[in-house]
Design a protein around this ligand. Structure first.
Ligand SMILES: Cc1cc2nc3c(=O)[nH]c(=O)nc-3n(C[C@H](O)[C@H](O)[C@H](O)COP(=O)(O)OP(=O)(O)OC[C@H]3O[C@@H](n4cnc5c(N)ncnc54)[C@H](O)[C@@H]3O)c2cc1C
Length: 314
């Protein structure tokens, strides 16, 4: 039995929104992506139990995502189900004198506003990152000021195979540049604990405002995008944007997609771009970087196949 059929048998017990044949372009920053056969928005813990039963009966796991700010879905969409976690666990609480707990459905912007108001230090490193806490944890998101390392104490996942919450504690975190190797496939991030570092609210707000203003000035925010497309490569002092630039690709356009003039590590959806337009530009950058510099560029953006698998382009 497919997940779609299994879910229909449990649908009455599901509280969140259920959309069928829903265009994923409406749920991603890129505004790109064909229809998902089924798109679920769980909004309470009990909904995850319903999804767990459907997974168990079908043997199929849906694709989980947050605000879709780092995703490129296929023009064909998804043949199976997707779970958008933005309606789930949107609370920020002080767990104890050392830990702030933020739900997976909390937006990074909301957490930053709360940090500025309360004088929680250290959060400026996430200034200007779109998306939710779930996505931030999955991606080990960050800026030149740092990422999750040193800022989180743990995170909780809902493990569908065991129908329970599991806490990944600090000693089990395996975080590297835009990677979280401690996140197991099929686990859904539920919350994260952040270190409560008390600071002066005025100072914290100033630091957050500074990085946000710096980003607004340097980033091409006028068109839909996923932010940086490539990770900065290791073993070279060249940044990904410099490599793309020196390959002569700044401003290069394919279909409705364009490598940004303002920041060549960004590929913009300038005019109803298809996923294939973006992918062709990604492939062109990778081939050019190989030929010109013998450097392998790796995608930071996650390209999702119609089967719900994250794929790397050649
Ligand atoms: C304009 C712009 C600027 C950006 N700047 C930055 C930046 O400075 N630094 C940076 O790091 N990123 C940046 N990004 C990329 C993106 O915002 C981050 O990666 C963000 O953390 C993704 O959050 P999201 O909720 O949108 O996740 P999504 O894009 O929805 O998902 C990203 C990944 O996380 C997984 N995921 C999401 N939620 C869950 C969950 N609850 N459980 C399990 N897995 C989950 C998804 O399966 C996917 O693999 C930028 C993007 C844009 C559009």
């Amino acid at each position: 039995m497919s997940f779609l059929n299994a879910f229909q048998n449990h649908r009455k017990l599901f509280h969140g929104r259920v959309l069928e044949q829903e265009s994923l372009s409406r749920h991603t920053y890129y505004k790109i992506g064909g229809p998902a056969a089924l798109l679920l928005f769980p909004n309470q813990l009990a909904d995850l139990g319903v999804i767990a039963d459907s997974i168990q009966e079908s043997g199929e796991t849906p694709f989980f995502f947050g605000q879709g700010s780092n995703l490129l879905f296929s023009d064909l969409g998804l043949t199976g189900a997707a779970i958008k976690t933005s309606d789930l666990n949107a609370t920020v609480t002080i767990e104890n004198e050392n830990v702030i707990r933020a739900g997976a459905g909390v937006s990074v912007l909301t957490l930053l506003r709360q940090a500025a108001k309360s004088g929680w230090d250290g959060f400026e490193r996430f200034g200007g990152i779109p998306g939710n806490i779930g996505g931030l944890i999955a991606m080990n998101g960050g800026t030149h000021l740092g990422d999750l390392r040193g800022m989180i104490t743990d995170y909780e996942v809902y493990r569908f195979s065991e129908k329970r919450m599991i806490r990944i504690s600090e000693e089990h975190l395996r975080l590297s540049y835009r990677e979280n190797a401690s996140l197991q496939a099929g686990d859904l991030i539920w919350s994260a604990g952040f270190k409560l570092l008390s600071g002066d609210p005025v100072d914290v707000k100033r630091k957050i405002d500074e990085i946000t203003a710096r980003r607004k000035a340097t980033q091409p925010l006028d068109f839909p995008s996923c932010g940086s497309v490539f990770k900065n490569p290791e073993g070279t002092t060249l940044k990904a944007w410099e490599i793309v630039d020196q390959c002569g690709l700044r401003g290069k356009r394919i279909g409705g997609a364009m490598i940004a003039e303002k920041h060549p590590n960004w590929i913009l959806n300038v005019d109803r771009a298809q996923a294939t337009d973006i992918k062709e530009l990604i492939a062109l950058c990778k081939t050019s970087a190989r030929e010109r510099f013998q450097i392998e560029l790796h995608e930071e953006v996650r390209c999702v196949s119609p089967a719900g698998v994250i794929e790397s382009l050649i």
